[in-house]
Ligand binder design. Sequence first.
Ligand SMILES: [Zn+2]
Length: 291
Amino acid sequence: MRALLLLLTVCLPLSLSAAERLRVVTSFSILADMTRAVGGTHIELTNMVGPDSDAHTYETTPDDARAVRKAQLIVENGLGFEPWLDRLLKSSESPALVIQASHGVIPRSLEEDGHAIPDPHAWNNLANADLYIGNIARALATLDPANAADYQRNAAAYLVQAHALLAEAKRMLGSLPADRRSLVTSHDAFGYLGQAYGLALLAPQGLSTEREASAADVAALIRQIREQHIRAVFVENIKDPRLMRQIAEESGAKIGGTLHSDALAAEGPASTYLGLYRDNVETLYRALAGH
Ligand SMILES: [Zn+2]
């Protein structure tokens, strides 16, 4: 064994150092991208819910359970977004440090079935990137103090880009006239974005995609779109677009494009979190401004 290790050290220094990297698990693609940006080459990352996939209805796999058992750090969104991960953590008795990337966010809360439920989609306001990136960088530095300076530097560089994009988003969406600030998405994923830019959002489904919209809900929404002259209906990358097409057709609103709500795109400009945010802002602006 010693001879083999020696041989590996001589021939494959890269793969040996790879074995020493911090083992990190993220719950969904947006957190995977943020964590990769901060952790760089110092971490070995396993992500659970992939691009274009719906984390609300995710079912964990045996691979997830294995990754959680081996992990040193687990990054989840929190605010009730990943009940399946909380169940998995309970049953697997993982020794990992578990952090909620949204820690510190002032949650929006919505009334559903008579209960106040926190809105988990806090990443959809880019102003919260400071909290998300800060929480991730702190956790990485705590577990791997030798590379703390790198994590700090990566986080700072990332936030410089985020702040520039934030200013651009404010300029674009802030310029929309008052009568062009209402829109419909398939589920209630953009409340934080709406709050940040003064947009009014409607959706046939609530905070989670678990429960399908009823025929009565859809009919009421179509009436509301007509009465309020709402111009645009958006499909989401994690959802079948048919219901939104039907709503657009019956209400006379146009399809404004595809928004990336709860997952990155598998490829293209929205395959990183900052790219996703830019793409969403541009899609909203184009459809609402009528360009
Ligand atoms: Zn969602």
